[in-house]
Structures are given as structure tokens and as C-alpha cells.
Design a protein around this ligand. Structure first.
Ligand code: ADP
Ligand code: MG
Length: 295
């Protein structure tokens, strides 16, 4: 389908930048009472930067080289941040075979016949690698500083941790306050750790947070809200958000997001502005004002 340009300027001085794929989307928007947000890339800029590097075998450059070799093939913002950092530190380039990205978990490949992995702690454990208590403690300490810990593994061992931090979009708090003023329920769904997600949600005034969700579980969480009778708009940017965008009553993709998210959504925000999520809902309700009698 070819997206159609819905509106650049609304009647009541609302200036909006969004694309709507089909006119039915306005009807969906008019009924929305719950806004679900992805965290990374949606409520935050999704441009994390590396803050800490811990090499357990003391070889920091090898750690960065392995991380770079894997993450340079990933389109995840974490991958881009690690690649940028490792290159800046001058880590020598290595070549990976059999690269695989596991959405919501991490990345794997082969380096000279040995398995290498980068990803979240639960993914590393599921891969059969033991995460020692002292590594767990260091992950918790990073989490309490709002940092996401990525474990780097070679063979069957965790060789290091790379921590990253993302910046919340400054408009989030105000946009969420305005949504709540209009009686809308706000929810955050994220694949990131609880410790990282909860303080951000609290600061933004979000009603409900669910963390450590896989892409399919984000969709299930939306289905559960729908079963309770909520009409849900889901806002996301990543490949990991596609199932949830498809499940929701209206999927809204951040314009700068991945193609997969844009494909799965009914509304695309051109300008990357969170306030346009609210504007889209207001526009939908205004289009159906005469039919429903309420805005
Ligand atoms: P979000 O829902 O916040 O957008 P994702 O579902 O994309 O997050 O990712 C969830 C978690 O999976 C990340 O916080 C990270 O720990 C891990 N992860 C995903 N992709 C990668 C990657 N390329 N490298 C390392 N870790 C990753
Ligand atoms: Mg995201």
C-alpha cells in the first residue's frame, strides 16, 4: 500500500507530521484509550553510548574486537553503539561467520570455529553458558545506574561486559501528562531489564511497565489489554516491535525506525516527535466526532 499524507496542519492550530496508510486508521485512532510505548528508540532516543567495559580475562582490546565483529552486523542501536566505540578505541577488525541476530536477545556467530555471542544475561544463560555470581553482581550494579549490560562470550565463557546508556526524549514527560489529562492509559513494554526500565517509566509518569519481553510477548501483552476491553495504540520503532504493532488496534511507527516497524504500522510519524502520537489520536477522534458524539 502507498501511504497517504494525512495532515500537516490540523484545524485547531495542531501541526502534525504523519502518514496514514489507509483511511480506516482514523476510525481505529478515534477509539483509542490506551497508548503502549516501546522504550528503546521510542521513549528514549535509541542512540545508546558505551559507558563501561569490563574485560574479565584482562584483554580489553580482544573483547572489543569480538564485540565489534559481531555487532557491526547487527542493525540494533546497541550494535551500532558498540561498533562505534570499538572502532574509536582502535580494536583490530575480525571476521565472523554464521552471523545470526536473535531479536530481543542478542547476536551470535563463529570466530575461527569458536562460537561467540553478545547479548542480554538471560540469553547467555539460555545458550548454556554459566554466568558467575560476581558477573551477576556487576550486572546488577550497572542496572541500578540505569545502564544496559551486554555480555560478550567466547566458547563457553563470559569474557566481558559492555554497558550502555540511552537518553530519554525530553518531551516524554509532557506528552504522557497530556495523554493522562485526556483520560488515556499509558503503558511501557520493553525487552530491556526491569532495573533499567522502571526508573525511566516512573520519571515519565507511565501507568504500567512490563520489562524483559520478547517480541512475541509484547504482542501477547497487547492482546491481554484488548481482552480487558482497552483499545490500544502501540508506538514502536524496532524489528522487535513489529508483532506488537500488528496486534494493536493502531500501530504507530517512529519515522526514523526500521523498515519492518514501518511496514507493520498503520501510522508513521514523519518528524520523530512523540507529541504527534497524541495529535494523531486527537485527529482520529475529531474525524469521528459527529458519529460518536465525543472527542
Ligand atoms: P527494546 O524493547 O527496549 O526496544 P529489544 O527488544 O530490541 O529492546 O532488546 C532487548 C534486549 O536484548 C536489549 O536490551 C539487549 O539487552 C538485548 N539485545 C538485543 N539486540 C542486541 C544486540 N544486537 N546486541 C546485544 N544485545 C542485544
Ligand atoms: Mg525499540
Amino acid at each position: 500500500t502507498t501511504p497517504m499524507l494525512a495532515a500537516i496542519a490540523g484545524g485547531k492550530g495542531i501541526s502534525i507530521g504523519l502518514l496514514v496508510k489507509a483511511s480506516e486508521v482514523f476510525y481505529g485512532l478515534s477509539r483509542v484509550d490506551t497508548i503502549v510505548f516501546d522504550k528503546t528508540g521510542t521513549l528514549t532516543y535509541g542512540k545508546p553510548t558505551v559507558t563501561d567495559v569490563h574485560a574479565f580475562n584482562g584483554n580489553r582490546i580482544e573483547l572489543l574486537s569480538i564485540a565489534e565483529a559481531l555487532e557491526s552486523k547487527s542493525e540494533h542501536p546497541i550494535g551500532q553503539a558498540i561498533t562505534f566505540f570499538a572502532s574509536k578505541e582502535g580494536a583490530p577488525k575480525l571476521t565472523i561467520d554464521n552471523f545470526k541476530a536473535i531479536p530481543g536477545k542478542g547476536v551470535t556467530g563463529n570466530l575461527n570455529g569458536e562460537t561467540v555471542l553478545a547479548g542480554k544475561p538471560s540469553f547467555i544463560e539460555q545458550s548454556g553458558i554459566n554466568v558467575a555470581n560476581e558477573i551477576r553482581n556487576s550486572i546488577s550494579a550497572l542496572g541500578s545506574e540505569g545502564k544496559t549490560a551486554v555480555l560478550i562470550c567466547k566458547g563457553n565463557a563470559v569474557i566481558g561486559v559492555i554497558a550502555l546508556q540511552d537518553t530519554p526524549r525530553p518531551t516524554g514527560e509532557q506528552v504522557i501528562a497530556k495523554m493522562k489529562q485526556r483520560g488515556m492509559r499509558t503503558v511501557m513494554l520493553t525487552g530491556d531489564a526491569k532495573q533499567v526500565a522502571e526508573p525511566i517509566a516512573q520519571r515519565l509518569g507511565i501507568d504500567e511497565v512490563q520489562a524483559e519481553l520478547l517480541p512475541g510477548e509484547k504482542a501477547t501483552a497487547i492482546e491481554a489489554l484488548q481482552k480487558k476491553g482497552y483499545k490500544v495504540a502501540m508506538v514502536g520503532d524496532g524489528i522487535n516491535d513489529a508483532p506488537a504493532l500488528a496486534q494493536s488496534d493502531v500501530g504507530i511507527a517512529i519515522g526514523a525506525g526500521t523498515d519492518v516497524a514501518i511496514e507493520a504500522a498503520g501510522v508513521i510519524l514523519i518528524g520523530d516527535r512523540l507529541i504527534d502520537v497524541l495529535n494523531a489520536v486527537i485527529l482520529g477522534k475529531a474525524s469521528y466526532k459527529t458519529m460518536t458524539g465525543n472527542v
